[in-house]
Design a protein around this ligand. Structure first.
Ligand code: ATP
Length: 450
């Protein structure tokens, strides 16, 4: 029996993708029309998982702090924003075409820059050209020059553009942060690896504005803090690392960046970047907009442009990493039958698990429905619950294991006499008998863990 979630194993990717489809986490988009490459829809389980990832981030970044406030900025934005940010000029990837098989690649992602991975030929690539990743469209009924707008390729610019508004209305002063969760769009040349890289995705970003002299301190602080966040939600140490960028890897705006990386089945890859952006963004927007984007420190009688530390994470990519980290298989005896079988279980941290509790009447018989519904209505106001009354109980436990539900509450015929229920634990499969009257407190003690 394995005690740890499966590490980066080669077939883990296919197993997780299969489970996602089979159990309603993620579906290919527009599937009945043959699918739409590299876009995905989040099903009943996926929407809960993604929401839990975002809620856990919001809780740690906004709710539990006094120095960070939230924002929800528009997705459509005028060219002026992207002119100032440098995205119109610099948000490009080098693209090469294979003259033989006509496949396209990102030059910087090829293992060998001269070898086409699709057809195996050498020397067939065109000269690299810079391809801008932003999606452009038109606002209003007129298409053409002067009506272009962009779908944001990151949420960060919303925070810089609103720096003055937030400073004036929130009574915050540096060091303070603005946090945002939302959709971003990039016309990726090579989307792939399931929801790891898609053209439409969700980000969780925070811009932390600090006095220039304190930049290094806050950069180190946020590197530690962010790595700690993944650990606190059950990601094991051997699947996580912090990697500092070399000088040549840095973006046009950054003087230092570290990535939080996860050991995916194909190797280490980025979950989040923590960048020291200096005063680049505020200075650029001040220059282009004509607004003063500074802070006046009355005590020191000093005016300065704050520097920015930015932890920028992907919500959809992180949800996928939680799925990979949680996936486990173990050989067990069939519950109650003594025969061996493989149990698939998602060992999610309770905060991440889509359903926290499943209420399962032992049989569909009418006399069990009333107490089962009573139990459901007691538990539902506190946690997301599943309710399932068909199939043998052992198979229903297995289904909940595959959904990652930490606790099952079973209502059986004894419940009618003793007003107690059985609580079955996902990880240990141990069962405890608990009175209905103290049920919510009992569940709280087991689910509300930090
Ligand atoms: P990459 O090098 O993988 O293209 P990036 O360094 O450009 O990513 P950032 O601009 O730092 O990414 O974005 C912050 C985070 O947003 C990334 O760490 C990632 O989790 C997420 N992200 C970026 N692009 C995508 C995408 N196409 N699909 C899903 N998530 C993405």
């Amino acid at each position: 029996m394995s005690t740890e979630p499966a590490a980066a194993q080669p077939d883990l990717f296919d197993k997780v993708v299969n489970l996602c489809k089979r159990r309603g986490f993620v579906y290919p988009s527009a599937e009945i029309y043959g699918g739409f490459r590299s876009t995905y829809d989040y099903g009943p389980l996926g929407v809960l998982l993604l929401r839990n990832v975002k809620d856990a981030w919001w809780r740690s970044m906004v709710q539990l702090r006094h120095d960070i406030v939230g924002l929800d900025a528009a997705i459509l934005s005028p060219p002026a924003v992207w002119e100032a940010s440098g995205h119109l000029q610099n948000f490009t990837d080098p693209l090469v075409d294979c003259r033989n098989c006509r496949e396209r690649f990102r030059l910087d992602q090829l293992d060998d820059p001269d070898l086409c991975p699709a057809c195996g030929r050498r020397g067939t690539f065109t000269e690299a050209r810079q391809f801008n990743l932003m999606f452009m469209t038109y606002a209003g009924p007129v298409e053409g020059a002067g009506h272009e707008v962009y779908l944001r390729p990151e949420t960060a610019q919303g925070m810089f553009v609103n720096f003055k508004n937030v400073l004036e209305t929130s009574r915050k002063r540096p060091p303070f942060g603005i946090a945002q969760i939302g959709k971003s769009f990039r016309n990726e040349i090579t989307p792939g690896n399931f929801v790891f890289r898609t053209r439409e995705f969700e980000q969780m970003e925070m811009e932390f504005f600090v006095p220039p002299a304190d930049t290094q301190h806050w950069y180190e602080y946020w590197c530690d803090e962010r790595l700690g966040w993944y650990r606190s939600l059950g990601m094991p140490d051997h699947l996580l690392r912090l990697r500092r960028h070399d000088a040549e890897e840095l973006s046009h705006y950054s003087s230092a960046t570290s990535d939080v990386e996860f050991l995916f089945p194909w190797g280490w890859d980025e979950l989040e970047g923590i960048a020291n952006r200096g005063d680049y963004d505020l200075t650029q927007h001040a220059k282009h907009s004509g607004e003063r984007l500074e802070f006046f420190d009355q005590a020191a009688n000093e005016r300065y442009t704050p520097h920015v530390i930015e932890p920028a994470a992907g919500a959809t990519r992180t949800a996928m990493a939680f799925l990979m980290a949680a996936y486990d298989e173990e050989e067990v005896e069939r519950e109650g039958q003594g025969k061996g079988e493989t149990r698939v279980v998602l060992r999610f941290h309770p905060r991440i698990a889509p359903y926290k509790v499943a209420v399962l009447p032992l049989s569909k018989k009418a006399e069990l429905q009333e107490p089962a519904r009573e139990v459901l209505s007691l538990v539902q106001p506190h946690w997301m619950c599943d309710y399932d009354e068909t199939q043998a109980i052992g198979r229903r436990y297995r289904r909940q294991d595959e959904l990652g539900t930490p606790l099952c509450v079973t209502v059986d015929f004894e419940t009618l006499d003793d007003r107690a229920v059985t609580i079955r634990d996902r990880d240990t499969m141990a069962q405890d008998r608990v009175p209905i009257d103290g049920l919510v407190e009992h569940l709280r003690a087991r689910l509300d863990v930090d």
